[in-house]
Structures are given as C-alpha cells and as structure tokens.
Design a protein around this ligand. Structure first.
Ligand SMILES: Nc1ncnc2c1ncn2[C@@H]1O[C@H](COP(=O)(O)OP(=O)(O)OP(=O)(O)O)[C@@H](O)[C@H]1O
Ligand SMILES: CC(C)(CO)[C@@H](O)C(=O)NCCC(=O)O
Ligand SMILES: [K+]
Length: 257
C-alpha cells in the first residue's frame, strides 16, 4: 500500500514514503535533494525502496523539472499524479482570481493546515505561513474559504538582493535583535522583522475581516528560525505540504487502498 509524496520546491525536492495514503500514516523513508541532483534519485535513495502503489506530488518548479522527476519515477510502474490548484478541494474553497494560478505548494499547505486546525476541535480562521525560498502568508476564513495571501522574498533572497543592489554591503550571518549595532545584525534582523511584520499585518487583516482571532500555523524548513521573532503565538508544523498531500491522497486513492 506504499504511498510516495513528493514536494518539488523552488530550491529542493523533498520526498517521503508512507505505509498508506492517509493522514497519520507512518513514514517508511524520506529524503531531500537540490533540484540540480534530481537525476540521482532513481539510482540513489530510491533504488532500495519498496515500489509505491500510488504517488502524489506538489510542484512549483515548472514542467521541465516535473518531467525530470517523472523520468526518475520510471523505475516503478506507479503513475505520477500532480496536484493542481482548483476551486475546491478537501473542504477548502479557493478565492484566488484565477484559482489555477495559485501556487500548488500554497494550496496544498493550506489544505494541510485547515485539517490540522479542524482536528483541534472547531472551525476557525487560519493564517498559514510557509518560510522557505519565498515566504507566503495565507488567510482562510472560518468557513474554509481562502481569502488571499502575501508572497514575499525569503530571507536568503532579501539578503542576496541587498548584497547585489548596494555598493558596500556584504552579508555575513548576524543575530536577530531589537536594536542592531552592526551591519550583520542589522541585515539579519531587518529580514526577519520584515517577514514577522508582514505576518502581523495579515493577522490584523484577518481579525478585522473575520471578527475572530485566527489559528496561526507556520511551516517550512526555516520556520524554526522565525518562531522566536513572531508577535503572536504560532504553532510550528513540520511539513504541511506532506500533510496536505496525505489528505488529498486519501480522498483520491483511499477507497482503493
Ligand atoms: N534566519 C532565517 N530566517 C528566515 N528565513 C531563513 C533564515 N535563514 C534562511 N532562511 C530561508 O530559508 C530557506 C530555506 O528553507 P527551506 O529549507 O524550507 O527551503 P527550500 O527547501 O530550499 O525551499 P523550497 O521548498 O522553496 O525548495 C532559505 O532559502 C532562506 O530564504
Ligand atoms: C509563491 C511561490 C514561489 C512560493 O513557493 C509559489 O507558490 C509560486 O510560484 N506560486 C505561483 C504564483 C501565485 O501563487 O500567485
Ligand atoms: K516550497
């Protein structure tokens, strides 16, 4: 019954093999590769794995990268399935002007977050923050409608942009502090508080619009670095994209499993 979940991000591909296509399934194996190293998967980490019965993926990196992943999947009989953003899925409604143009990573992470919050007992608004190469900040109302979201440069892109766009800034890693007194701390704190400040604004927008405090959920590889700088309590969830993929997989493949 093995189920393979794949998240092809802007910088790296993450994969996880589960014992079944359902939320809460046990992880049998998992790994990560930079997009340049996708060609190693079939002969590398995937070579010793049991054959997955189903595969579901999230891809934001475009068709060329998707085809490179599909070539690696050819070691198995499994048919590749990739989520596309639709007007409705797994209890969520997509409020984007053109629903299919919403990044599938955002849509799938929202599905994961929505069910994570539902499992805590009641429907309420949710703010979902994903901290990676880019940062996204999504708003969902208490009925499960995605109201809209912010896209910002990730911390790395912000600092590289400053380095490239100024005459004399070089960017060693500094510490986050309230009153930075050296360049490294000023840059690191500026990037961190830019993200934290944008999130705070979105939480305020949701409270004003929904009349209720949202549940605040954060995910992404660099989430733990942002947590101490947030202005409100956030719950850090390790991988909402995999959680979302498991929910979608259950509705698509669950009956057959
Ligand atoms: N101190 C920090 N605060 C916030 N974000 C940071 C910090 N340090 C690094 N980052 C961001 O975290 C990113 C790495 O996160 P993550 O591992 O989720 O990304 P990724 O897997 O490379 O992204 P993607 O899923 O888009 O491929 C870096 O690109 C950088 O923008
Ligand atoms: C915003 C990113 C880069 C975040 O990974 C991705 O979701 C994406 O490429 N989205 C498409 C554009 C959009 O979501 O409006
Ligand atoms: K991503």
């Amino acid at each position: 019954m093995q189920f393979l979940a794949i998240d092809v991000g802007n910088t790296r591909l993450k994969w996880a093999m589960y014992d079944e296509p359902r939320p809460g399934a046990a992880v049998l194996a998992h790994g990560v590769e930079f997009l340049d190293n996708i060609e190693r998967l079939a002969e590398g980490s995937w070579a010793e794995l049991p054959e997955p019965r189903q595969m579901l993926g999230c891809v934001v990196a475009g068709d060329v990268v998707r085809r490179r992943v599909q070539e690696q999947l050819e070691i198995w009989d499994v048919s590749p399935h990739w989520v596309v953003s639709t007007t409705q899925e797994a209890g969520l409604t997509n409020g984007y002007d053109h629903p299919s143009r919403l990044g599938t990573d955002r849509w799938i992470a929202m599905i994961g977050a929505w069910h994570h919050v539902l499992a805590q007992g009641r429907q309420r608004p949710v703010v979902v923050v994903m901290v990676g190469t880019a940062v996204t900040v999504e708003a969902i109302d208490a009925s499960g409608r995605f109201l809209g979201g912010l896209i910002l440069p990730g911390h790395g892109i912000m600092l590289r942009a400053l380095e490239a766009g100024t005459a004399g800034l070089h960017v060693p890693t500094g510490n986050v502090c309230a009153f930075p007194t050296n360049t490294s701390d000023a840059l690191t704190s500026g990037g961190t508080y830019a993200i934290a400040g944008a999130v705070e604004r979105m939480v305020q927008h949701v409270i004003a619009h929904c009349g209720e405090e949202p549940a605040c959920v954060m995910t992404g590889g660099a989430g733990w670095k942002m947590m101490p700088s947030m202005t409100r309590p956030f719950e850090l969830v390790e991988n909402l994209i995999f959680d979302g993929l498991l929910h979608i997989a259950q509705s698509r493949f669950g009956a057959a499993a």
